[in-house]
Design a protein around this ligand. Structure first.
Ligand SMILES: [Zn+2]
Length: 308
């Protein structure tokens, strides 16, 4: 009688201990689920991905240690907890993670290329980033063969250009030979080369009837500044006289100081919002004004910012 009571107590203690370990498993499962969801977001940043790729494997090994304890694997509530952990692990090893790592790498590389005025890489890497994020945004249950092929092809293109997804089986060396350039990227690069060529003359005259490149920085007696070409300054002054104002527009003496910067304000022509881009030269500012389109209807205004 005593021995069976002892046995009953031992069993109760064992069951209690198993229950405690299953609760630990649930704690891990509930913590890892939202971390796995980070990797399903098309906007996941480098930090998000780094956090998830560090945390999920740790959660998986902690779960494996708990599952190895007596009675835990067979416990009735264990499969539900495991489903969260398995889902996070599947996401980590899935294509979305590789696409996000590639997208974030492409974004950094595109910013670097834009800084170096490398139009080919800037356009190509921006395109790779967008394609990767669009694929991550596709609902998981609606991804089809075309999506898988599109993923393979953008990841292969990225690898050719030295952008590595760092996922399982990732190669860390660039593929030899001439890397591919998609036709529409080449087209956009050629368009930019044309724009760069015409921007070598400088900023465009702001008179709509003119729009000649190579405008000078002009001012009026109120201290307002405007970019006008030399032939438009007298025309603009005549307009002012006709409207009853003093014809005081003249080129700013000594022009734009070498230490000044050109600030391009890009505004939403049919909505709210705007952003500023600061440039070293008039050529770069005019190029930015003609190529950056953050809004559907982007308007621009270029001003000179004097060094303080
Ligand atoms: Zn003009």
């Amino acid at each position: 009688m005593t021995s069976s009571l002892d046995q009953w107590r031992a069993n109760a203690r064992a069951a209690e201990e198993t229950g405690r370990q299953v609760r630990r498993l649930y704690n891990i499962a509930y913590r890892v689920a939202p971390i796995g969801h980070l990797l399903a977001s098309p906007d996941a940043t480098t930090n998000d991905v780094a956090y998830a790729t560090a945390r999920i494997p740790r959660a998986v090994s902690a779960a494996a240690r708990i599952l190895a304890l007596p009675g835990v694997a067979d416990h009735a509530e264990t499969p539900y907890a495991r489903s969260f952990i398995n889902a996070a692990e599947r996401t980590l090893k899935g294509t979305s993670t590789r696409l996000l790592i590639t997208a974030n790498g492409a974004r950094a590389a595109a910013a670097q290329a834009a800084h170096e005025r490398d139009d080919l890489r800037s356009v190509l890497f921006t395109d790779i980033e967008q394609r990767c994020r669009n694929l991550v945004a596709r609902p998981r249950d609606r991804r089809d063969r075309a999506d898988r092929e599109a993923s393979d092809s953008v990841l292969a293109l990225a690898a050719q250009w030295g952008l590595h997804h760092g996922g399982p089986g990732a190669s860390n060396r660039a593929i030899s030979g001439e890397p591919a350039v998609p036709h529409y990227v080449a087209h956009e690069v050629a368009r930019r080369a044309e724009i760069r060529a015409r921007c070598t003359a400088g900023i465009r005259c702001t008179r709509n009837a003119c729009l000649e490149y190579g405008a000078v920085w002009a001012e009026d007696s109120t201290g307002a500044h405007v970019f006008l070409c030399l032939s438009c300054i007298p025309v603009e002054n005549a307009d002012r006289v006709a409207r009853g104002f003093a014809p005081t527009i003249r080129p700013v003496p000594d022009g734009v100081p070498a230490s000044a910067r050109y600030v391009v304000f890009l505004y939403n022509g049919s909505g709210r919002g705007g952003e500023e881009v600061s440039c070293d030269t008039a050529q770069e500012a005019q190029f930015v004004a003609e190529t950056m389109r953050p809004f559907n209807n982007t308007g621009h205004h270029i001003r000179v910012a004097l060094a303080r």
